[in-house]
Ligand binder design. Structure first.
Ligand code: GLN
Length: 483
């Protein structure tokens, strides 16, 4: 066995487990050792080694009895700390939920257990998934394995740092405005935000419920697809989760070349190194015989402002439950109940979360709701219409995932607007409910850069197929940062 276990992808690990060249316990032990040696990256908020090894032993016992639960059986999947796993902490990297242990499994945790996967640790993130750098985390910085002075992105920054440094072969992220795809881009990974409703949100701590989706992150397209297959499925406990008969996948037509739409007007302001990787990726598709079509998405410019109205409005309502009485940190102070609640919230929430709650409360307040919230909903509807219109003519829309590569820690922390622009290209897919992914397209110096593809509803397979073509040409799969 030449390559160390921590560098292998899930598909390869699955083959070795199936052929009994490898035990799940040996794999879990290797990854725990790797995680211990890369602790300074801040990928995990917590990692329960005994629990992981118990799950590994159960997988090995199953296998010894001649039983396998499928391709993920015995393979660790690291979990973002806003996705409930029974008996494990669920902190959302917030002081508000410090010490909270989930009494139940999220739907995705149930599905992964049923597939035999090992639920591994609790991954660092921006507080309540609000941020693009993991710097709003109350549990400590996460670092980019390709350059530890830089951000891994966010909010699923712990997921990305974990994968890019080989601490797990697969990880879960959540994506409300780009939180799977932006860190995937910054860390050289494949990350997919599913069609809204493909994956159950039951047990995902709500940020903005009409935008939130859980999705897979991995070091290759194949691995990403493998994990997505385990996550997707109907669930009556999430009323927005698609029914079994509403899941017919959209595929690439066999009778013609794939068509990629390129919204050229949106590319202004993209950093030169990112632009070059993007142009190179388009060159790959052209050489593959794909047709490149210019498309116009005039309302895409409204996406960031509309998002910061819709997402904060929903967040202000979703986070009302953390008051020290129903949920969350309770301030020591006694006295009247309003003072207790407000003191608890003042102590429990960090600055970015407070900014979002204030903004969201404002845009929903009497006299302003029509001017702000109503308008944002109208912009959202128009964006969806435009994207669906474009996707009737092309199979997918291509842009860079992020306008620039990973920035230095601290560089944007004092400037929320700069931070919000990290999601310029990713937010429209959330507003429109469309599937989108980031796949490595090249390097900006030593830093990874991703290509972003948005597809029609239920076009995940189509997007993964397109991503696979680029991955084959770039050879940028299964990369793990040294040391
Ligand atoms: N960066 C965006 C925000 O801060 C998106 C976050 C996310 O997708 N969870 O809201």
């Amino acid at each position: 066995m030449a390559e160390p276990l921590h560098t292998l992808g899930a598909a390869e690990l699955g083959r070795r487990l199936a052929s009994r060249d490898l035990t799940s316990r040996a794999l879990a032990e290797a990854l725990l050792a790797r995680a211990a040696s890369r602790r300074e990256l801040g990928a995990f908020n917590s990692l329960d080694a005994d629990d992981l090894l118990r799950q590994a032993d159960a997988a090995d016992a199953r296998r010894a009895g001649g039983r396998s639960l499928g391709p993920l059986d015995g393979i660790p999947v690291a979990i973002k700390d806003n996705i409930a796993v029974r008996g494990q902490p669920l902190t959302c990297s917030s002081r508000m939920l410090a010490g909270y242990v989930s009494p139940y499994d999220s739907a995705v945790a149930e599905r992964l257990r049923a597939a035999g996967a090992l639920l591994m640790g609790r991954l660092n993130m921006d507080e309540f998934a609000m941020g693009s750098s993991t710097e709003t985390s109350a549990t400590g910085l996460a670092r980019n394995p390709w350059d530890p002075a830089r951000t891994p992105g966010g909010s699923s920054g712990g997921s990305a740092a974990c994968l890019a440094s080989g601490q797990a072969p697969l990880a879960l992220g959540s994506d409300t405005g780009g939180s799977i795809r932006q860190p995937a881009s910054h860390c050289g990974l494949v990350g997919l935000k599913p069609t809204y409703g493909l994956v159950s949100r039951h047990g995902l701590v709500a940020f903005a419920s009409s935008l939130d989706q859980i999705g897979p992150m991995a070091r290759s397209v194949d691995d990403c697809e493998l994990l997505l297959a385990a996550l997707a499925g109907p669930d009556a406990r999430d009323m927005t989760c698609l029914a079994a008969d509403a899941r017919a996948p959209r595929v690439l037509p066999a009778d013609r070349k794939p068509r990629l739409g390129v919204p050229r007007a949106l590319l202004e302001g993209v950093a030169p190194g990112v632009r070059k990787a993007f142009d190179d990726a388009l060159g790959v598709y052209r050489a593959e015989g794909c047709e490149l079509v210019d498309v116009d998405l005039p309302s895409a410019a409204l996406a960031v402002p509309a998002y910061y109205v819709v997402a904060t409005a929903e967040a202000s309502s979703n986070l009302a439950r953390y008051d020290g009485i129903r949920y969350g940190h309770r301030a020591a102070r006694d006295g009247d109940i309003v003072a207790l609640m407000s003191q608890s919230r003042a102590e429990g929430f960090g600055a970015e979360v407070k900014r979002r709650i204030l903004l969201g409360t404002f845009v929903l307040s009497a006299g302003f709701a029509d001017a702000y919230y109503g308008k944002a909903l109208a912009a959202r509807a128009r964006i969806r219409e435009e994207y669906l219109g474009a996707l009737a003519r092309v199979d997918a829309l291509a842009t860079p995932t992020v306008p620039s590569s990973a920035f230095r820690l601290g560089e944007k922390a004092a400037d929320p607007l700069q931070m919000y622009l990290e999601d310029l290209f990713t937010i429209p897919a959330n507003l429109a409910g469309l599937p989108a992914l980031s796949v490595p397209s090249g390097l900006d110096g030593a830093l990874p850069v991703g290509l972003h593809l948005v597809g029609p509803p239920l076009g995940e397979g189509l997007l993964l197929g397109l991503a696979r073509r680029l991955e084959r040409a770039t050879g940028l799969a299964h990369r793990v940062a040294q040391p």
